[in-house]
Design a protein around this ligand. Sequence first.
Ligand code: DX5
Ligand code: ZN
Length: 221
Amino acid sequence: MPGTSTSLAPSILSADFSDLRSSVALAEKAGADWMHCDVMDGVFVPNITFGPFIVQAVAACSRLVIDTHLMITDPDRFIADFVKAGSHQITVHQEACPHLHRTVQYIKGLGAKAGVSINPGTPLSTLESILPDLDLVLLMSVNPGFGGQKFIPSSIDKIEKLHAMRQEMNPGMLIAVDGGITEDNAEDVVKAGADALIAGTAFFKAQNPMATAAKLKGFAR
Ligand code: DX5
Ligand code: ZN
């Protein structure tokens, strides 16, 4: 719930794919709440990552919430496969869904939580009609496609505005922020209204992932 402690979602994208089990174990030991799985199709974003098979492998060795971020065109084709693979939360992009309401209801009908993500160049107003139906919004603070990019500073203002929108329209909805999260900007992100921090590089490439996780989870609104 908003207002409680900050959730940490390490992104598997920056993990060691030759040893996913150890990467998941590290996240669990560090107190992570979700495992964030970045699915890219080389069309919606200029990179290809993985499909349901890898999500299933992550889910099989994890006790955490499996948070699947679909950066793919026409996600309806694959949503059922990702739920079957063990995703507890499915987030689609507003920019990839002409029938967003139908897609959101479809995700919920399959028993998963439904999230919508928007790119840095997409205005919050595009979420207005769907907001009351959402379990979470994943606000992109980089242009999706790659880990290790720099946080776009104007995202802070966007998080604040989204926080005000959800207070009015759907107070139970979570705000997750994805891209370029570091120990240096996480406090501002949380203070602006984020409930969950997605962290790929900051967690998996940290000198001391345990200490980084404790720090990131320690910020509160
Ligand atoms: C970007 C992905 C992010 C990415 C975050 O397209 O959606 O989840 O893995 O990585 P960092 O934390 O390195 O920016
Ligand atoms: Zn992501």
